[in-house]
Design a binder for this molecule. Structure first.
Ligand SMILES: Nc1ncnc2c1ncn2[C@@H]1O[C@H](COP(=O)(O)OP(=O)(O)OP(=O)(O)O)[C@@H](O)[C@H]1O
Length: 591
């Protein structure tokens, strides 16, 4: 029990600090109104006693005065209650926004590997899932606890005048219910925590069933019933588990609360007997009965609040754990012996995805002189995209190192590195934003520079797409928002290319399957422009299309995570290489 109690409040200081930082003013006001609200019931009970005493003493004027006073106190009490719930909801909303912001801010400091890791995803989901509701409940519970404890203390002082033993008995009778409440809160929390992957699966099924991106395939393959039945099955299982726990919890709560009620009525009987014997006045009887009853109610509320706090505490520890995930190492510019070379060097680089046994890339030794155009070729899953992820520092190599202009990537200031490299991945983003933003995101500092954006659009080959829109750069894209224009796959890709071309300062351009969705003419046009633009820059292109690949200065063939061949198109074709065979194969397909 003590461990439970300690656990219940373990996160309270940090939670309070969170509340405090959300709004000092609101916290202070809430604190003072809470104190006032907790003392008012005592006053009401006391005034009630005075009314009865006045009635018994047969003094109508006095009785009336006390009744009027009670009315006034009740009015103030009602005001305090309303004020409290208003304050709680305002502070709760503030806190919910703050916590959500903290979670999202934290997410921005994490690395790509976190997002590709299911354990992390569970943690993020758990933190986000309750970020809007928990903080409100923390505030409410914390202050209710405070309020009820004060009220209870007040009543206890009052009741001690009658019998200290009765007070003790009453309190002890409520202990089992407290313990049960905490136990069940813990169970509920663990159940939910343990089920996080199932919860995520449920969310995913929901997403597939009710999302524009999936609707096409779901309808054409008739997948609706299949996904729906999986959703139902999983949902029903979770429902059964939840309700079973809720039933047990309610049953125990009822049985144990009877204990408290029994104790209350025992005290009531003693009080009634004392009053009948004339040991206490009728006014005192009323006062004590009210005090007992309300004291017990306050105690019940404390119980509920403690149960809630226990759950909140567990949630908060989840949240704090998430916020404490170590973020990207502080960059420590190393003193190093920089090689005097311009270009990208892979120095026996090997890489394994976190949690994977297999190396996705191994023993990669490669020097790409500045200004060279390189094409990466290889079958699906060979490791091409991984190569790019390492070069753009989304991941750190497991073995070896990568140098840019003789300096290891991790010695580069991240901003400077980002500015030098422009990358468009095959699964580029389609932002549900305007054309300006979709292109301008390539270089946010230049989001308002129409000329630069238009230049990028022209280079990406997207001018014809945009000229069809009346709204020009301000046209909303995508279907999520009202009057958004949906684009074809190729049109989206042109915009993504335009986004890459926004990086006019970048001297390394990387395109991962940049033209897969483009028709042959558009692809040829893009590459013609690309070559012109890329003059003097380093370019790395991943493509399965040989017309694109053959134009590169150097072609690197990757197989199973290793470089197996390299050379110019002519060199590779002249020798009997895998590349030559693949080229033959594709060429014959086009005949
Ligand atoms: N996030 C990841 N976690 C674990 N393994 C991954 C991850 N991404 C890729 N892999 C694995 O690494 C290997 C290389 O993948 P990569 O994406 O680099 O291939 P690719 O050559 O770009 O393929 P494609 O031509 O299909 O795009 C594959 O075996 C893949 O299963």
């Amino acid at each position: 029990m003590f461990r439970h109690l300690r656990d219940t409040f373990a996160q309270a200081p940090r939670t309070l600090a969170l509340v405090w930082s959300a709004s000092r003013r609101l916290t202070l006001v809430l604190g003072s109104v809470t104190v006032a609200a907790s003392l008012l019931p005592l006053l009401v009970a006391y005034v009630g006693k005075r009314i009865i005493d006045a009635v018994v003493a047969a003094s109508p004027a006095e009785a009336l005065r006390w009744v009027l006073l009670e009315l006034a106190v009740i009015a103030v009490q009602a005001l305090a209650q309303r004020g409290l719930s208003l304050l709680r909801s305002i502070l709760g909303a503030r806190l919910s926004l703050d916590v959500n912001l903290r979670i999202l801010e934290k997410a921005q400091t994490l690395e790509l590997r976190h997002f590709e890791d299911p354990t992390f995803y569970d943690q993020l989901t758990k933190a986000r899932r309750e970020a809007s509701s928990r903080p409100i409940s923390v505030v409410t519970e914390l202050f209710q606890l405070f309020q009820n404890t004060l009220t209870l203390a007040g009543y206890a002082v009052l009741l001690l005048q009658f019998s200290g033993l009765a007070v003790l008995g009453l309190l002890i009778a409520t202990v089992p219910a407290t313990v049960a409440e905490m136990r069940f809160s813990g169970l509920a929390f663990r159940l939910r925590n343990w089920r996080a992957p199932e919860g995520r699966k449920l969310n995913y099924l929901e997403h597939v069933l009710a999302n524009d991106g999936h609707a096409k395939e779901v309808q054409l393959f008739g997948l609706g019933p299949l996904f729906l039945s999986r959703y139902r099955q999983l949902g029903e299982t979770l429902y059964r588990e939840d309700t079973a726990l809720a039933r047990r919890r309610a049953g125990w709560a009822y049985v144990l609360s009877l204990l408290g009620t029994g104790a209350f009525y025992a005290c009531y009987a003693i009080l009634a007997l004392s009053a009948a014997k004339g040991a206490i006045t009728l006014g005192e009887l009323t006062l004590y009965v009210v005090a007992f009853r309300q004291g017990q109610q306050a105690f019940q509320s404390i119980l509920t609040a403690v149960g809630g706090m226990y759950e909140d505490n567990l949630y908060m520890s989840n949240l704090f754990q998430f916020l404490a995930i170590p973020t990207r190492r502080a960059e420590s510019p190393k003193s190093l012996q920089a090689r005097a070379e311009l270009g990208i060097r892979f120095d026996d680089v090997g890489f394994r995805y976190p949690g994977q046994e297999r190396f996705a890339l191994r023993h990669i030794d490669l020097f790409i002189p500045a200004g060279q155009s390189l094409a990466l070729v290889g079958e699906n899953g060979a490791g091409k995209t991984t190569f790019i992820k390492l070069l753009s520092r989304l991941y750190e190599p497991t073995e070896g190192r990568i140098l840019l202009d003789g300096k290891p990537l991790d010695a580069w200031e991240p901003g400077a590195l980002r500015n030098r490299i422009g990358v468009i991945f095959q699964d580029f983003n389609r932002y549900q934003l305007t054309v300006r933003e979709n292109v301008g995101m390539g270089s946010v500092d230049h989001l308002r520079e129409d000329l630069r954006i238009e230049r990028a659009i022209e280079r990406g080959g997207a001018s014809d797409v945009i000229s069809a829109f009346e709204g020009g750069l301000e046209t909303q894209l995508g279907r999520w928002f009202h009057s958004g224009a949906e684009l074809s796959g190729g049109q989206w890709q042109k915009l993504a290319l335009a986004r890459a071309f926004m990086r006019e300062e970048a001297d390394i351009l990387i395109l991962d399957e940049p033209t897969a969705a483009l028709d042959a003419r558009a692809e040829a046009a893009v590459f013609e422009r690309f070559r012109a633009l890329a003059e003097g820059r380093t370019t790395i292109v991943i493509s399965h299309r040989f017309p694109t690949v053959r134009a590169a200065d150097r072609i690197v063939v990757i197989e199973d995570g290793r470089i197996v061949e390299q050379g110019s198109h002519d060199e590779l074709v002249a020798a009997d290489t895998r590349y030559a065979r693949l080229f033959e194969l594709q060429a014959s397909g086009y005949r």
